[in-house]
Design a protein around this ligand. Structure first.
Ligand SMILES: *[C@@H]1O[C@H](CO)[C@@H](O)[C@H](O)[C@H]1NC(C)=O
Ligand SMILES: *[C@@H]1O[C@H](CO)[C@@H](O)[C@H](O)[C@H]1NC(C)=O
Length: 375
């Protein structure tokens, strides 16, 4: 064997071991890479953008970013606050709000119906059980309520709750009802909906939604069951819960709820996007700039009447004495001039009964905002 071939062999062996070593190093490197757990980078949520499509708005066509605290317009988690842009506020600013009805905010109708008017003043309207009353009547929007209730022996009036809402806008009808149930269970759905006379099924589940073909009405569940938001484009946003009359409430108020009915009813909060100054209805009139609340300051439970003026013959009828719904007519005033904003900025005169703090939130809760896809 020559010296050369030995040398060659040594070189080959050397190269081979080099190669092996480098492979081991590579493996070791990649192995350590996989094992070194980096702390997860906080995922910065995409802050969605909103804009207002009304020329009167301070936000007209501006792109407003949602706050970091509530980056999404429709958050996936039912407990998260949603981003909301108030087109009627003097400030052009997106804010966070709950998607559930706030019974202490303006436009609320909860309990044995306790309302909070557009002026921030609390009042009660009892009506009568198994009858229908108008809550909002404007030229392009009509919202009626069906009352259910009972009258324990010896009482002079019915205890009542709102069981259903009937909405008319344009030529369309929408109804929303709490279904009667003997024994209440939270995870069983008690909602029944209809659109233009046909039953509407919005599958159970948080964020499940339905849009009409023309897109002017949207229904979105805000919990797995028994909560939703109805939005009618440029007119109103309604957040709704279905709840029973609790045994506790029944005891406190001595309702004497029978064992065979949980009196499932609605908790509602309305946000209006441009009522006219001629708006009518038990709740609607409180949004008029010239409204003087008959609820007397200092009275603990101001009850307002008006049964005769606001009674309708059915859930969708617009036949109450003061109803002004007439979808074929063009709104004659108010619509474009942001009456709510002027109203919201008026001095709060005479509103002396406790809940006046919500007055400041009045206009902050009413604006319509268009949604823009995040870039
Ligand atoms: C809506 O309801 C009104 C009053 O009941 C009725 O006259 C009208 O035909 C309904 N419209 C539709 C589209 O269902
Ligand atoms: C429920 O019970 C009341 C008496 O407490 C009775 O008048 C009513 O008919 C019952 N309703 C049903 C649907 O069984």
């Amino acid at each position: 064997m020559s010296m050369l071939s030995v040398k060659t062999l040594v070189i080959i062996l050397f190269l081979h071991s080099m190669l092996l070593a480098s492979m081991v190093i590579t493996e070791a490197a990649s192995g350590s890479k996989a094992k070194r757990v980096k702390p997860p980078k906080p995922v910065k949520p995409v802050q969605e953008l909103l804009t207002c499509k009304s020329r009167k708005s301070k936000c007209f066509m501006k792109r407003i970013k949602c706050p970091v605290e509530c980056p999404k317009i429709k958050p996936k988690n039912p407990k998260d606050k949603a981003c909301f842009l108030d087109c009627y506020s003097p400030k052009c600013e997106a804010v966070c709000k709950s998607r559930k009805p706030n019974c202490n905010g303006p436009g609320a109708a909860c309990y044995d119906p306790r309302f909070i008017g557009g002026d921030g003043i609390v009042f009660y309207f009892h009506g009568r059980s198994n009858e229908h009353f108008n809550l909002i009547s404007d030229s392009d929007l009509q919202i009626n309520a069906r009352f259910i209730g009972l009258r324990p022996q010896g009482r002079t009036r019915d205890y009542t709750w709102i069981q259903a809402l009937g909405l008319r806008f344009g030529l369309h009808n929408f109804t929303l009802e709490a279904t009667r149930t003997q024994n209440w269970e939270d995870d069983v759905d008690h909602l029944k909906l209809s659109y233009d006379g046909k039953n509407l099924n919005v599958p159970e589940g948080h964020s499940s939604e339905w849009n009409s073909d023309e897109g002017e009405i949207q229904v979105e569940r805000t919990a797995m069951t028994n909560s939703l938001t109805v939005t009618i484009l440029d007119l109103v946003e309604i957040s709704v819960n279905v709840i029973p009359v609790s045994e506790e409430d029944s005891k406190i108020h001595n309702y004497q709820i029978p064992a065979n009915d949980s009196f499932a009813h609605l908790e509602v909060q309305f946000r209006f996007f441009g009522l006219s100054s001629k708006v009518e209805g038990i709740l609607g009139r409180t949004y008029r700039p010239d409204f003087e609340n008959p609820a007397k300051p200092g009275v603990a439970m101001p009850v307002v009447g008006g049964d005769d003026k606001y009674k309708t013959s059915s859930l969708l009828a617009a036949d109450c004495a003061l109803c002004v719904f007439s979808p074929s007519k063009v709104k004659d005033d108010g619509h474009g001039s942001s009456p709510l904003m002027e109203y919201g900025m008026m001095d709060c005169k005479g509103g002396g009964i406790g809940i006046t703090f919500v007055f400041a939130r009045n206009y902050a809760d009413t604006g319509a905002a268009g949604v823009e896809a995040p870039k």
